[in-house]
Design a protein around this ligand. Structure first.
Ligand code: NAD
Length: 337
């Protein structure tokens, strides 16, 4: 599906975080729709290192890029030498910046700020130098404890959310200076869909519940889950927002959600219905209280008006579209252990 009249063929496109969920989805979007696009896929890829919360330091996985034909670079965005080489060796037309510590429960503030905030500014300088449009991933986590999900009402309650607010602030600084490029921040809400599986425990609850149900287990929800509501958005709508964000002259920060809050309980109900397996539900205490968002719902008026963004997938439609992949992963990855 083409979301714009822009022709990305023969354009040089840097995608950071390209071995992750959203970055790899963007790589394939361009490969499939614009076969002559010159795509540079940068990611630090995973190794065995973990943060103090026990989760992997990076989730990039080669399997997300199986079938990708562009250039793959393994490198760390905190590496100034690498950034210099990218600056010298390429002339980017677009930068889709998805690389980040994407795990909202990471406690290492030093590395979070360095990776998410400082490296972003370094990449932004390359974009300005090349005259490239910068489209970067911000997050609904910026809203934290806020009850107003509109740019300007951010109230992050963890260092991850804080880091994304700092990215937005940097962007506004450059936009207000009148830089020559378009800078668009996209505050994704809770994204789900193909290629998120390798985020392990940080993947969406859609795939995690899906696999619990397929295993014949009783899905485990946090206590009070019928009242924990989030704006869950299917990956295809996130791609749509990224592509529409390439239109010229629309610098700013925009929400990318459906505009409708749904409960975690809804996810389980839809999956159980579609899979025709009902093992009931089990409720467990929520260990994240204090830094957890109990309600998010994107106000997408500005995104509709300025980006011409229009979400296409309800939660039901997203889950239905995703189910064949959830089943495939279950057979090929989960069952093997
Ligand atoms: N998935 C969501 O629901 C969601 C919601 C809001 C915002 N976001 C943001 O969207 C972006 C993409 O998220 P995702 O869900 O694809 O997560 P992901 O973890 O799958 O992708 C991030 C990628 O960045 C790479 N990376 C991390 N640190 C790096 C470094 N120092 N140098 C180079 N590469 C590095 C990782 O290896 C990983 O492949 C992130 O910026 C994330 O914060 C995601």
């Amino acid at each position: 599906m083409k979301y714009t009249n822009i022709d990305f063929n023969n354009k040089t496109i840097l995608i950071t975080g390209a071995a992750g969920f959203i970055g790899s989805s963007l790589c394939f979007y361009f490969q499939e729709n614009y076969p002559k696009a010159n795509i540079i896929a940068l990611d630090c890829f995973r190794n065995e290192e973990t943060f103090s919360n026990g989760n992997l330091k990076s989730f990039g996985h080669f399997k997300n890029l199986l079938g990708f034909k562009g250039v793959v670079v393994s490198g760390n965005i905190n590496d100034k030498k690498l950034l210099k080489e990218l600056d010298i060796n390429y002339n980017f037309d677009y930068i889709f910046h998805q690389a980040a510590i994407s795990d909202t429960t990471v406690q290492e503030q030093d590395l979070m700020i360095q990776t998410n905030v400082n490296a972003y500014e370094d990449l932004l300088k390359i974009a300005i130098n090349h005259g490239a449009n910068m489209i970067y991933a911000s997050s609904a986590a910026t809203y934290g404890d806020s009850d107003r999900f509109e740019v300007g009402y951010e109230q992050p309650n963890n260092v991850y959310g804080f880091s994304k607010v700092m990215m937005d602030n940097i962007s506004y600084k450059y936009i207000n200076q009148g830089v020559d490029i378009s800078i668009v921040g996209l505050k994704y809400f809770n994204v789900f869909g193909p290629r998120e599986f390798y985020k392990n425990k940080t993947a969406s609850m859609v795939v995690q519940f899906g696999h619990q149900i397929l295993k014949g287990l009783t899905p485990k929800l946090f206590e009070g889950s019928d009242k924990i509501l989030r704006d869950f958005i299917y990956i295809e709508d996130v791609i749509q927002a990224n592509i529409k964000a390439c239109e010229p002259k629309q610098s700013g920060v925009y929400n990318v959600g459906t505009g409708k809050a749904r409960s975690f309980e809804d996810i389980v109900n839809i999956l159980q219905k579609e899979l025709e397996i009902d093992n009931g539900k089990e409720y467990i205490p929520n260990p994240f209280i204090g830094s957890y968002q109990f309600f998010t719902e994107a106000n997408i008026e500005a995104s509709k008006e300025n980006l011409n963004y229009e979400p296409q997938y309800s939660m039901e439609e997203g889950i239905k579209a995703y189910l064949p992949e959830i089943k495939r992963l279950f057979e090929t990855e989960v069952k093997k252990g």
